[in-house]
Design a protein around this ligand. Structure first.
Ligand code: CO
Length: 160
């Protein structure tokens, strides 16, 4: 296992669409393991493959809830409901935060590391993290969706 280098804005890799994963092999499994370790080391709750320079539809998530580690390969949104505002940040855009409107409930279809399809329903914070990571796979950064951006000091003022 290894800690990977996180690609940061304005690297153009972050704005490219990712291609679907076709091979569910050792290379994918070790990438998933490395991405998870890299995310934990960086104190993040989600990490998408383009953030480590790989343009493939892969994301790892751990929102600190009972779901634990979630690996998403080739995720597709199949349903969304409601919306809510929340503050987001991104390991690829350190020190910048913004309020983003996201669906409050989502249902997605994805594949696990063996290529097996599964359905996942999520709401609240986990739904937000999944939508943020799925955006990465389409080359979309949260800063393009935020009404306003803040730095660390401004964030403290907002959150009290
Ligand atoms: Co991000």
């Amino acid at each position: 296992m290894a800690i990977l280098q996180i690609v940061t804005y304005p690297n153009k890799l972050l704005e490219k669409k990712c291609k679907k994963v076709a091979d569910f092999d050792e290379r994918l499994w070790s990438l998933l393991d490395d991405m998870y370790d890299t995310m934990v080391e960086a104190d993040g709750v989600g990490l998408a493959a383009p953030q480590v320079g790989i343009l493939e539809q892969i994301a790892v998530i751990d929102a600190g809830d009972e779901n634990g580690k979630i690996e998403l390969i080739n995720p597709v949104l199949i349903e969304k409901r409601g919306n809510e505002n929340g503050i987001e940040g991104c390991l690829s855009i350190p020190g910048i935060y913004g309020e983003v409107k996201r669906a409050s409930f989502i249902k997605i279809k994805a594949q696990d590391r063996m290529g097996k399809a599964f359905i996942l329903e999520a709401s609240g914070f986990l739904a937000r993290v999944i939508q943020h990571e799925m955006d990465h796979l389409n080359g979309v950064l949260f800063t393009t969706k935020a009404a306003e951006l803040f730095d660390e000091d401004e964030l403290e003022t907002i959150e009290g």
